[in-house]
Design a protein around this ligand. Structure first.
Ligand code: SF4
Length: 446
């Protein structure tokens, strides 16, 4: 499972340099491309493929002078992989740059509608529709907030979005709040997918509310925010389970604390007889700690992750695929050998990685391997901005837990229940569609 994107926007001194640092803090949300659009009498976009540090060099950043920017890191789930953001488009005689996190569920029919009205789309990615629809309604209403209200009524799906046009930044979060978005103020106005990226610059940080719109002008004197639409909220539960940084606080809930509670709930629901609790690093760490605290079984670092392998070239073929797994993760034999291991991870998607890890632990001398997963089985696809394999590739989609246990080769396997997850996150306003198959109605009301 991969998060689609991270966005950032700011109206402040040295905005491009701050955007660069914020994108580094948001790098986990997208590693395929990065970009910054700035306003200097017109829109200028600098973007490219690769990590933030590949795309931007110090000299280039120093030459980017503006106090008004939007920025983006991307992993593509729709459109061509070369559709880097922020993307620029135009409509009704105006140009606009768009940085979007999410997926639009009624993109195709709306694109066809606008094309019938004579609008020419410049890109294949759904995010362009947000810019087109906004400019269209801006011409109709002559007011940014009324234009965005029309966008909310028209476009369904998940969108935390930053728009740059006419020396202004407009930032909005869809009315149900699928994807996170935060606002910070201090020596200017800042917005980011996660508050941890804003805390680099300011302390006064809060969530952008679902259905809320911010409009900030280049001179920073004209700042306004309004909640335009009220719907039932559905925050993506996988932000808490896996996507977001553990040091982020999303909609008032600490990601780290939620993960520790997931581990505690899991230990209460599905205890295991083991000598040591170990985590699949890094995403399983907080839950493993929670499991250890609740069960009283000591926690140890039994698997070591190589952080520098990500973009290494690997020769095709079975031998090299296995080698890549070994390069990525290796067992600490002194910890594993002769012990009954309780292995905690955040989720199982296809099951292939977990099967390799279990085999690796056995080879390192584990007497037993009991796998505990800090989320319920993933059985359904996501249409709200997360890249989940097709249903046929999801190991838990067909067949029960025993089938998964056999495939991964564990001595026992248990998942956290849906109710246990809800208790751990501590809120009811969650999207859990990929776990339950119950999709939030608003996203498909068109
Ligand atoms: S379906 Fe799953 S991944 Fe997609 S928004 Fe809902 S909880 Fe998140």
């Amino acid at each position: 499972m991969r998060e689609k994107c991270g966005i950032f926007a700011a109206v402040t001194e040295n905005a491009p340099r701050k955007a660069y640092y914020a994108l580094l803090a948001l790098q986990h949300r997208g590693q395929e491309s990065a970009g910054i659009s700035l306003w200097k009498h017109r829109i200028r976009t600098i973007a490219g493929r690769g990590l933030v540090s590949d795309v931007f060099k110090d000299a280039g950043i120093a030459r980017m002078r503006s106090n008004t920017v939007i920025a983006h890191v991307r992993y593509s789930t729709s459109g061509s992989p070369i559709e880097i953001q922020p993307l620029e488009t135009e409509c009704c005689g105006k140009r606009i740059a768009v940085a979007h996190n999410g997926t639009l569920t009624n993109f195709q029919p709306l694109r066809e509608k606008y094309e019938m009205l004579g609008v020419r789309f410049l890109h294949s990615v759904d995010s362009e529709l947000l810019g087109i629809s906004f400019l269209w309604h801006l011409r109709e209403t002559g007011d940014e907030f009324r234009a965005m209200e029309a966008v909310f009524r028209e476009i369904r799906g998940a969108y935390s979005v930053a728009l740059l046009f006419d020396g202004r930044v407009l930032v909005a979060r869809d009315p149900v709040g699928f994807r996170p978005l935060s606002y910070g103020r201090g020596d200017g106005h800042y917005f980011a997918s996660e508050d941890s990226a804003l805390r680099l610059f300011v302390d006064d940080v809060r969530d952008v509310r679902p259905g809320e719109v911010f409009l900030v002008s280049e001179d920073r004197e004209d700042v306004e925010s309004r909640v335009l639409v009220n719907e039932n909220h559905h925050h993506c539960v996988f932000e808490y389970i896996y996507f977001a940084r553990p040091d982020s606080v999303l909609d008032g809930t600490s990601v780290y604390s939620a993960r520790v509670r997931m581990g505690r709930e899991l230990a209460r629901e599905s205890p295991a007889r083991g000598d040591l609790v170990i985590a699949v690093p890094d995403s399983g760490r907080a839950a493993a700690l929670g499991f250890s605290q609740e069960s009283g079984i000591p926690y140890a670092e039994g698997l070591i992750k190589n952080r520098y392998i990500g973009r290494t070239f690997i020769t095709p073929g079975q031998f090299y695929r296995e080698l890549k797994v070994k390069l990525k993760l290796s067992p600490v034999r002194e910890v594993i050998n002769g012990r009954r291991i309780v292995l905690v991870d955040d989720s199982i998607v296809r099951g292939t990685t977990m099967r390799r890890i279990v085999a690796m632990l056995r080879k390192a001398g584990a007497k037993e391997v009991h796998v505990r997963i800090a989320s319920p089985p993933i059985r359904y696809p996501c249409y709200m901005g997360i890249d989940i394999p097709t249903r046929h590739e999801l190991i838990a989609a067909f067949g029960g837990v025993e089938n998964v246990r056999r495939v991964i080769g564990a001595d026992s396997l248990a998942y956290l229940s849906v109710e246990g997850l809800r208790r751990a996150v501590g809120r009811k306003d969650l999207c859990m569609a990929c776990l339950t198959g119950e999709y939030p109605e608003w996203a498909f009301r068109f």
